[in-house]
Structure formats: structure tokens, C-alpha cells
Ligand binder design. Structure first.
Ligand code: ADP
Length: 495
């Protein structure tokens, strides 16, 4: 099997790398295995890619270590910044191909995939700007001592990313890691390996030295677990399910106490008050749950509507949802494509069945869409009680529950009644309500009169069981640096 193959998509034809990208080379896995990635729109294999096992992780970690202590240590911060900026420019230049790969492999609508690529290049460019602005402090203690801090790279960073935003997660991880002088071994999700490999070709073009970025396709239990428990990986950054997040933290604890940052699941509340601009609120609520087919860790899946507008809200929300075009991701008007995989499709359909069996009312949807591909109708449940599975667990699909509330306190209490704490939203025209409620919601992000607005400049991450650490913005730099204090004695001996 060669290491690239020509792939035709409805929008572009391009050359897809299928090897592992280690130490600047395209190679096969040591075990000689490959696995197929499936097109979720037609359920057919797209291509087989080479699979990384633990031995390949070892080789990639050695390459990353060599680069960390060699070429990357000798690269000026400003040069690192220029490489990230160049990489961002290449993302922009290749936007049509990168977006087509995302639509093909993940199933997201092409227009949304283009927005993902643009957001990814913006993120890389932003962190390129930080590369030569990372510095410590001088701390005065007394006239006879000079104290200063250095913000040093943590070292070799293992990064494990999910399939819902393959390129955005790639750039959220690689941008801050490289800006701060680390090297990377990144494992893409087994459902969506293609765009991360293509992006590796752009790393080469951007002049990023061999070994600084290593990209592996592979499975969680093998390659992912090998990264998490590796004795020579200094830090692991993971985005994915809370269950796997726990195993990563355990693996870090049992191996070398590598630093861990986690961005995990959510069951985010979206609260609409009587005084909200109802048309706007409905647009955002619709976007909050059905964007990316509900496959967002911050999806607004629990919708709380105040009693004065409850009936009107449900009718208008159903009408708005009916306008979401579900279908071929490459078709011009599509908003919602297929779920990423058979497994995800089955999980979501099982949740829908659980909701129905528990007696919740299906306001709209609740069935498969069409008869080919992993498409699911946008689904709204009402009459959902707090103890139902669909109210408690993350569904990760186009499924939401609506409940009625009377008072502000009741909405805050219900909103916080979850083990998660990734995001929340408030819709109101009263500034006092907006600020009061935002302050009381236990979530890493609170959106007021919007939903899912994410900026590379603004930190993102979870309270409670939704994660550890923050990505994006200046805050993310702290995940990738460790502080060294240097204390220099200027005067005579003390003892
Ligand atoms: P999902 O259930 O939505 O696929 P996961 O949390 O299982 O989400 O997957 C997110 C990422 O974590 C993927 O790259 C996957 O391969 C990886 N992964 C899954 N299990 C493990 C594991 N035990 N150790 C390390 N990585 C894992």
C-alpha cells in the first residue's frame, strides 16, 4: 500500500496522505495494520489509513524528544511564531480541500466545515503571535537577591483529539503547544483521521522541523492509551468523553505523573426568560443544540423556558427546527449532515428510545432521517423529568429536552443540577437578570443572548466533571508552560 491516495469528493479531488507522520517522514505502522475510515453519508469506506500501535507511539515520542532538545530548542521564539503564521496561511490557501475532507470524513455541512477551517487558521495565527511574547517576571524580595521566573515549555506533549471538530481540535492543541516551545505527538480520532494527516503536509510546507509535530492515526485503547501511560511524555492534553478522561488521568497518575488537561463532556442548560427576544432566542437555542448535529461537548441540550412564553416557544421552536435542512453535507443548503458513525447513530437512537419509553413527549423528530447514512431527525422532547436518562446523560446528538420553570431561582437550581459544567446560556433583555444568573451558573462559559460563540481569544473549558484547564486565549499558554524560579544571591554569604 502506498502512502498517499487520490480521493474524489463532490467538491474537490486531492491527494490524501495515509501514512503515519513521524519525525518528518511518512511511514507505515510497525505492526503493519491499517483501518478503514467510513463516509457517514453513504456508510461506505473512504480509504484505509495506516494504524499506529504502542511501538509507533514510542518512535514518535523519541522523535519529539530529539526535536525538543535539538532543533526546536535552537529555534528562536519569533521563528516559531512565523512558522505558525505560515501554517495558518496554508490552512487558508487549502480551505477548499480541508473543508471537503471534513465533510467527507465527519459528515459536517461544507459551509460549516469551511467555518471550522477559518477558525482553525485564526487560532494558529493567534498563537503564532504569542510565540515571542511569553516571558516571566522579576520579583523583588530584598536588595541582595535577584529573582526571576522563566516560562519554560513542558516538553513532549501527547495530544488526543476527538472526531467532532477534527481540524479545530488539531489547531487548539498544536497552536499553543508550539508557540510555547513544546513538541507534539498527536493522535487523531479513529473515526476522522484524514484532515489531521493532510494538515501534517502543511506543517512540512510551513517549515516546521522534523519531529516537532508527529501525527498518528489509531485507536484509543492502543495508541491513545500508550500516549497516556508513556514514561517519556511530559504532558497529555485530551478532548473527548468524561469516561475516557478519567482513564487518562489514572494512566498519568500510574505512570510518570505527566501534567494533564482535559476537555470533556457536558449537559449544558439553555435558559430562556419571559422577557427574552423570543425570535432571537429560538434561533440561538436551535443553533445551540442542532449545530454540528448535536455533536458538541457544549451542546445546549437542556432547555428551560419560563412559563409565560412556554407554549409559544415550543410551537415556534418546532417551526424553526423544521427549517433545518438535513441531508448531503456537500449540498448547498444543508445545515445538518449525518452523525459521524454507526456507533454514534446507535447510541443516539437508544437515547431517543429511552426517552420515549420513559414517557417523555416527542414534540418533533424522534426517528431516522432517510434510509441511508447515519442521519437522525432533529428531535425535541418535552415533559421530561429530572430523573430521566435523557435529562442526565450526554447524548451527543440532535436531541434536546424542554422544561418549564417559574422563577429565576428555580432555573438556576435546575441548570446547575448536573455533574457537568462546561457551558450554559441565558436569554433575557434584563441586564440585571443576565448578570445575576450568569454569576450563579456553574459553567466554564456562559453565553448571554447567544449560543456556541467561540473565539480563539476567549478561554474555553469545564467546571466540575467537564474538565481540567482552559483552552484558547492567553489562559491556554499556562497549560503548556512550567514556571521556573531563579533566585540569585547578589550579596555576601548569609551563613
Ligand atoms: P467518543 O466516545 O465520542 O468517540 P472518546 O472519548 O472515546 O469519544 O474518544 C476521544 C478520543 O480519545 C479519540 O481520539 C479516541 O481514540 C481516544 N481514546 C478513546 N479511548 C481511549 C483510551 N482508553 N486512552 C486514550 N485515548 C482514548
Amino acid at each position: 500500500m502506498s502512502l498517499t491516495t487520490k480521493i474524489e469528493t463532490p467538491s474537490v479531488t486531492y491527494e490524501q496522505p495515509i501514512g503515519l507522520y513521524i519525525d518528518g517522514q511518512w511511514v507505515k505502522g510497525k505492526e503493519g495494520k491499517t483501518f478503514e475510515t467510513i463516509n457517514p453519508t453513504n456508510e461506505k469506506p473512504i480509504v484505509a489509513v495506516h494504524e499506529a500501535g504502542p511501538d509507533d507511539v514510542d518512535i514518535a515520542v523519541s522523535a519529539a524528544r530529539k526535536a525538543l532538545n535539538g532543533v526546536w530548542a535552537d529555534t528562536l521564539p519569533s521563528a516559531r511564531g512565523r512558522m505558525l503564521t505560515k501554517l495558518a496561511d496554508l490552512f487558508d490557501e487549502h480551505i477548499d480541500t480541508l473543508a471537503a475532507i471534513e465533510s467527507l470524513d465527519n459528515g459536517k455541512a461544507l459551509s460549516m466545515a469551511k467555518a471550522d477551517v477559518a477558525a482553525s487558521s485564526a487560532c494558529l495565527r493567534y498563537y503564532g503571535g504569542w510565540a515571542d511574547k511569553i516571558h516571566g517576571k522579576v520579583i523583588d524580595t530584598d536588595p541582595e537577591t535577584l529573582n526571576y521566573t522563566r516560562h519554560e515549555p513542558i516538553g513532549v506533549c501527547g495530544q488526543i483529539i476527538p472526531w467532532n471538530f477534527p481540524l479545530a481540535m488539531w489547531s487548539w492543541k498544536i497552536g499553543p503547544a508550539l508557540a510555547t516551545g513544546n513538541t507534539v505527538v498527536l493522535k487523531t480520532a479513529e473515526q476522522t483521521p484524514l484532515s489531521g494527516l493532510y494538515a501534517a503536509t502543511l506543517c512540512e510546507k510551513a517549515g516546521i522541523p522534523a519531529g516537532v509535530v508527529n501525527i498518528l492515526s489509531g485507536f484509543g485503547k492502543t495508541a491513545g492509551a500508550a500516549i497516556a501511560s508513556h514514561m517519556d511524555v511530559d504532558k497529555v492534553a485530551f478532548t473527548g468523553s468524561t469516561a475516557v478522561g478519567r482513564t487518562i488521568l489514572q494512566a498519568a497518575a500510574k505512570s510518570n505523573l505527566k501534567k494533564v488537561t482535559l476537555e470533556l463532556g457536558g449537559k449544558s442548560p439553555n435558559i430562556v426568560f419571559n422577557d427574552a427576544n423570543i425570535e432571537d432566542a429560538i434561533s440561538w437555542v436551535n443553533f445551540g443544540i442542532f449545530f454540528n448535529h448535536g455533536q458538541c461537548c457544549c451542546a445546549g441540550s437542556r432547555i428551560y423556558v419560563q412559563e409565560g412564553i412556554y407554549d409559544e416557544f415550543i410551537e415556534k421552536f418546532k417551526a424553526r427546527t423544521a427549517k433545518n435542512v438535513v441531508g448531503d453535507p456537500f449540498a448547498k443548503d444543508t445545515f445538518q449532515g449525518p452523525q459521524v458513525s454507526q456507533l454514534q447513530y446507535d447510541r443516539i437512537m437508544a437515547y431517543i428510545k429511552a426517552g420515549k419509553d420513559a414517557g417523555a413527549k416527542v414534540e418533533t423528530g424522534g426517528e431516522r432521517h432517510g434510509d441511508k447514512g447515519y442521519f437522525i431527525q432533529p428531535t425535541i422532547f418535552s415533559g421530561v423529568s429530572d430523573d430521566m436518562k435523557i435529562m442526565q446523560e450526554e447524548i451527543f446528538g440532535p436531541v434536546c429536552s424542554i422544561s418549564k420553570f417559574k422563577t429565576e431561582d428555580e432555573a438556576i437550581k435546575a441548570g446547575n443540577e448536573t455533574t457537568y459544567g462546561l457551558a450554559a446560556a441565558v436569554h433575557t433583555t434584563d441586564l440585571n437578570t443576565a448578570i445575576r444568573v450568569s454569576n450563579k451558573l456553574k459553567a466554564g462559559t456562559v453565553w448571554v443572548n447567544n449560543y456556541n460563540l467561540i473565539s480563539y481569544q476567549v478561554p474555553f473549558g469545564g467546571f466540575k466533571e467537564s474538565g481540567i484547564g482552559r483552552e484558547l486565549g492567553k489562559y491556554a499558554l499556562a497549560n503548556y508552560t512550567q514556571v521556573k524560579s531563579v533566585r540569585m544571591r547578589l550579596g555576601s554569604a548569609l551563613f
